[in-house]
Design a protein. Structure first.
Lengths: 177, 143
């Protein structure tokens, strides 16, 4: 992106250059956290990288349209959550289930803790709406009010979904021991 | 009387560590009467966040998408330029074609061909039959 910024500057496109520099900062600041977040969401590594790229491309489009618009981490998480939910729904519609071995492979190369894999398995059982609430509040660290703003629902609905998700996860973790 | 959904919300708030002591006490009071919520009484304050924190702490994956995003932006821009040029090309071709067609006078001929002929009109004056009476000379037999 620095190269793109330089070429834009050479062409005298100051706004374009500014857009590229802002996007580069966004990417450098958030790419890791966002990719891990989406990987937890989907349980797949390659798909999560695709989603993260799409998020930054969407950010680029927004910045090109309005260079002064402030793009926060919340905006990125919102876009990532929406894209991840769409991906999950598409996967479900096509009847594609990610095998446990693949989930294991997506995580075991980096994290070998049993808790991590158990949690991933339990998260995989949740419906996308509940998963989004759990991921935004527990994993990304947003409060229920912030998560509600991101998801466009009420804070009470977020807490309820977290409670129901916890019940599902607890029964799943109990089954697996 | 508060609905069951309200207490589920309280349970979620406890799991996230957002509930006050009063809300926790309220939930425990409800859980005594509700079999579904009774199993949630063991939820510790901020339990879910603590679990997620533990998991996040163990993550070591450091992906980088900077280069790929950059390439995709360049590809997108190139595609945009290509489409613009294509559209420009189509527009020029269409313009030339239109110009040629106009120059050979095709539109005028087309208009003339498509213009309907005037409808025949009947005169309102009553028609008159004029009969000429031709008087022939009487035939005379040949001698």
């Amino acid at each position: 992106m620095a190269e793109l910024a330089q070429s834009a500057l050479a062409l005298g496109l100051d706004r374009e250059c500014e857009t590229h520099l802002r996007l580069e900062r966004l990417v450098l600041d958030h790419q890791e956290a966002l990719a891990r977040y989406v990987r937890r969401f989907l349980g797949e590594r390659d798909a999560s990288l695709d989603v993260v790229q799409d998020v930054f491309l969407a950010a680029h489009r927004v910045l090109r349209a309005d260079a002064d618009r402030p793009l926060t981490a919340g905006w990125l998480y919102k876009a990532a959550t929406n894209l991840a939910i769409s991906h999950l729904r598409r996967r479900k519609r096509r009847g594609i289930a990610v095998p446990l071995s693949e989930i294991g492979a997506a995580f075991s190369a980096d994290e070998s803790t049993a808790v991590s894999l158990d949690l991933q398995r339990a998260l995989g059982r949740l419906v996308p709406e509940q998963l989004a609430c759990v991921m935004l509040t527990a994993y990304a660290g947003y409060s229920s009010a912030e998560a509600a703003l991101i998801l466009g629902i009420s804070p009470e609905a977020v807490r309820q979904r977290v409670c129901r998700a916890m019940r599902t996860m607890r029964s799943d973790l109990r089954e697996t021991g | 009387m508060r609905s069951h959904d309200y207490f589920e919300g309280l349970c979620g708030a406890i799991a996230l560590g957002e509930a006050t002591r009063y809300e926790r006490a309220l939930f425990l009071l409800h859980a005594r009467r509700c079999s579904l919520c009774a199993q949630d009484t063991a939820v510790r304050d901020g339990e879910l966040r603590a679990l997620a924190r533990e998991v996040r702490g163990s993550e070591r994956w450091q992906p980088t998408v900077r280069q790929t995003v950059s390439v995709r932006i360049q590809e997108g821009q190139a595609r945009g330029r290509r489409r613009t040029m294509q559209a420009l090309g189509y527009a020029c071709t269409a313009s030339l074609l239109l110009n040629f067609v106009c120059s050979i006078g095709f539109p005028q001929r087309l208009i003339a061909a498509l213009t309907p002929l005037p409808q025949p009109q009947l005169s309102s004056v009553p028609l008159r039959v004029i009969a000429d009476v031709v008087v022939h000379a009487p035939r005379v037999p040949a001698r």
